[in-house]
Design a protein around this ligand. Structure first.
Ligand code: UDP
Ligand code: MG
Length: 345
């Protein structure tokens, strides 16, 4: 077993891949010790029968259980396994980005470690790729093991994003997908720190096809997504791919100003013609609170965008590697990305 040395932070010559790899499977892992062996067993069975050279890039996203030890063990026994350890939990979106940076196959497949995405479909995905498609999306026909609240909120979110977003993000399609080398290279040119992967995948474009599949329930463990994380992911999706909420603030402002103008005309005419005293406290309170609320909401929307600008301008690396394991004697250099992914060992 060799400890793979990470690419240096500044440009320096790196060995080119010693062996040509046709298919890379990228698997983000966060606290998956219960299911990781079964995942690798099923995945290996599929890869063994493909008849092409393959590699599996596991990214340990700062797991708190012994997932990393189990992954290291896999790397000892299976020469096609590469294990990257992130320095802490960065979240699935970044873990997947890190894996994609280090995968050097002609086709790259992203797969969850919990076996919700059946590895057995990989052969089908490759067949579509060989037809010339750059992206093979996997669309779920149902969402087993998910509550109706999750199903409903996700449906509403995608509908909203489709309506107001700048790119068409397909519904019921997750990160499980195949990408050709040119699609991967295009994706890696998207340098933003706040990453909404589904949106980025869609932004890249290229000839795309879709396969419908049945998404199973988790093999073991529980989902890492609580509603707060999902809400934040939804905000990420909206703010990364549309500026519609910013415009909304101006339109709401205009509408409120126009209605205020019409209402004050009415108050003026009424007072002038009938000598009516202007009705007092309740209506005044209502208007003040309504305007206050609207202004705070508009400020909040501005804040969401500003916060993301703040994160971007800091130019921090997207992730840090603390370790890399495998029998691969080379590492593909994440070209042009030293500043964002400079790994440290
Ligand atoms: N995951 C990760 N980092 C995280 C959360 C999740 O790498 O912070 C991985 C997790 O180990 C799994 C995949 O992302 O392989 C999908 O996670 P999960 O099953 O919790 O999401 P869901 O399927 O419920 O959307
Ligand atoms: Mg899952």
């Amino acid at each position: 077993m060799t400890l793979i040395t990470s690419p240096p932070a500044v440009s320096a010559p790196l060995a080119m891949p010693a062996k040509h790899v046709t298919v890379s499977v990228v698997v983000p892992v966060y606290n998956e010790s219960e299911g990781i062996h079964e995942c690798h067993r099923r995945l290996s069975e599929v890869l063994d029968n493909l008849g092409v050279s393959t590699e599996v890039v596991y990214i340990n996203d700062g797991s708190r259980d012994n997932s990393l030890d189990l992954l290291r063990e896999l790397a000892v026994h299976d020469p096609r396994v590469v294990v990257l350890g992130l320095s802490r939990n960065f979240g699935k979106e970044i873990a997947v980005s890190a894996g994609i940076d280090y995968a050097h196959g002609d086709a790259v497949i992203v797969l969850d470690a919990d076996l919700q995405d059946p590895p057995e479909l990989i052969a089908l995905m490759l067949a579509e790729w060989r037809k010339g498609y750059d992206c093979v999306l996997m669309k779920r026909d149902s969402r087993d093991g998910e509550s109706w609240v999750k199903k409903l909120t996700s449906k509403v979110f995608y509908k909203l994003l489709r309506r107001i977003g700048d790119v068409e993000i397909p519904t019921d399609v997750g990160d499980f997908r195949l990408m050709s080398r040119r699609a991967v290279e295009a994706l890696r040119r998207c340098q933003e720190r706040t990453r909404y992967m589904k949106g980025l995948f869609a932004w890249v474009g290229f000839p795309t096809t879709t396969i419908t599949y049945h998404r199973d329930a988790r093999h073991a463990g529980t989902s890492k997504w609580n509603y707060w994380r999902l809400w934040n992911l939804a905000l990420e999706g909206i703010t990364s791919f549309t500026t519609a909420p910013l415009k909304l603030a101006s339109y709401v402002g205009l509408l409120v100003a126009l209605s205020a103008f019409a209402y004050s005309l009415w108050v003026f005419v009424k007072a002038f013609m009938y000598g009516d005293p202007v009705p007092g406290y309740p209506s005044l309170m209502m208007v003040v609170l309504f305007l206050g609320g609207t202004q705070l909401m508009a400020l909040g929307i501005l804040g969401e965008y500003l916060a993301r600008v703040f994160v971007e301008v800091k130019q921090r690396p997207l992730y840090l590697l603390s370790e890399a394991w495998g029998q691969r004697t080379d590492l593909r250099k994440p070209e042009g990305q030293h500043s964002r992914s400079a790994p440290t060992l």
